[in-house]
Design a protein around this ligand. Sequence first.
Ligand code: PAF
Length: 282
Amino acid sequence: MEIVTTIKDLKSLLGELRNEGKSVGLVPTMGALHAGHASLVDRSAQENDVTVVSVFLNPTQFNDPTDLEKYPRTLEADCQLLSEHGASIVFAPSVEEVYPEPDTRQFSYPPTDAVMEGAFRPGHFNGVCQVVSKLFGYVEPDRAYFGEKDYQQIAVIRRMVDDLQLKLEIVSCPVIRDERGLALSSRNKLLTSHELDIAPHIYQAMKDSRSMMNERSLKDTLNYVVERVNAVEGLQVQYYSIVDGRTLADIATWDDAESIVGCITVFCTDSGVRLIDHIKYK
Ligand code: PAF
């Protein structure tokens, strides 16, 4: 496994591999890797000759400087995990390497990027599109792998790929959960032990709501999840939205879209961590 920090070195390595006719998979990450990331790398290594993993804590997608400051940084352990999961190249650039000049590009894909996380974290998806479009430009992958945990992020990236007419496949990979159902996330490292104990209630409430959906209206189902999570001391729902699974537009009834997903963000009051999760209703 090669570790490179400059775009020039990355491109020169990839140029040689492309000349040998090798296919390339990209797994973009911000580091603090866990089993969820490992599953993306495993999948890419199965489907491509070469797997590039970027480890870059992208400042332009953080609208809250404290969130960026607190984000765990574990490059050495990340490289160890990546070497055990078949990564070929780790690209770990500095901020100056990626942004020698401020990136003034604006990406806007309403309603997909405007609702939910887009409304709570203004500029977040613009920053994601800035960095992901740059990574796609450096690596020119055949396939790029993203975790479905960030359901909205994948929907926004798909819009960007269509908009920029990029020739690559976006591969969305299933959420990896711990044994109690908590979706794995780099931010889980920041939870208190009490929060780790109560956080599985989030997925449990959504799962139970899915089994009742035939008897309840969409609005009642939504309220059920919000009330049940808010009843757990230490958890506060920031939003629970039941939306069209493709566009993420709001819907009013179960008949309003072919695919329907519930997306939640919960604020953990001790640590201040925001936990994101979702469930597919149909
Ligand atoms: O999902 C993430 O970790 C980040 O948003 C991504 C896609 C690596 C862009 O910085």
